[in-house]
Design a protein around this ligand. Sequence first.
Ligand code: CUA
Length: 365
Amino acid sequence: MIMQSTSWVPLFPDQASTFAWQVDYLYFYLILVSVAFSIPIVVAIFFFFVKYREKEKFATPDEIHGSIMLETVWSIIPFVVSMTIFIGGAYIFYNQTRVPADSMEIYVVGKQWMWKFQHGTGQREINELHVPVGRKVKLTMTTEDVLHDVYIPAFRTKADVVPGRYTTLWFEATKPGKYHLYCAEYCGLNHSGMGGWVYVMEQSEFDNWLAGGGSNQTPVEAGRELFTNKLGCASCHAGGASQRGAKLEGLFGTDVKLTTGQTVKADEEYIRNSILNPSGQVVEGYQPIMPTFKGQVTEEQLMALVAYVKSLNPNAAATSPAMTTTPAVPTTSNSNSSSTSANTKTASNPNAPSNKTEPTKSSNK
Ligand code: CUA
């Protein structure tokens, strides 16, 4: 496919995301400012070098008493210039770090030396990522070993992937094509080989691709299985009024009061920490009796558990993707536990822009 040929400046990768042009404009502005300052300085050096060369030995120069005008001008101009750089940079940074609520979610696990992706519908990929064009995509990322960094030059975005925590990155691809994906953090012997491709496809093509992905468990389904069977979380966290563990239904995205008096937001990171280090954040009204699951769950299983707990808040599901014109994010259509949803999911494509997800959703209620 086309690479680096349609860019408006040669040597630059394609501009293939909504903020690519912003980053490029800022970058060119920086170059322009550097040139605008460097050229007059170099010219002045040569000019003064000739003009004030030594004409007589031991000459005494005239005294200089300064100029308010000149000093004001050389303070104000650089101030204005540096503020425009700051404002432009802050605007782009703000855009890139605030993930829109209606993003389609993809889980990413880095490891020496590959990228593992999983879609909300369950499809897994290694070193390849398929995404639809014109759709906001959120990557929730972590790593099994050392620091890595997801870098997609054509999208002008990158983010560190850090052991022991989640980082996020989002983009909206604007142009179908095949774009390089790199690891941009030195991570060992095969760091330079740790990369792959992002395939940006038209929505219909993407739907076909998803449909051909086989019948993988979605992260929510995998999480539910871990929760109820493999790890036995349900013995404390389900069962109504008598349950010993904190209530998880409707939890995600809310503020949680801890025994320490602190209030924390129940986000992905909080849920992850609660599984690995439960005594660190005991919810008010509960005993610190939960054992740690550190070492017992892999990063991928943790992400599945997070996705499952997330799906237990129907409000979060209602306020985000379902209300937008784009198709619902698959994980949210799985909000309610039902073993039948697995079958419905694999039969029809849950990501299709039709109302196909709706019957699934209502039948679960
Ligand atoms: Cu992973 Cu460099």
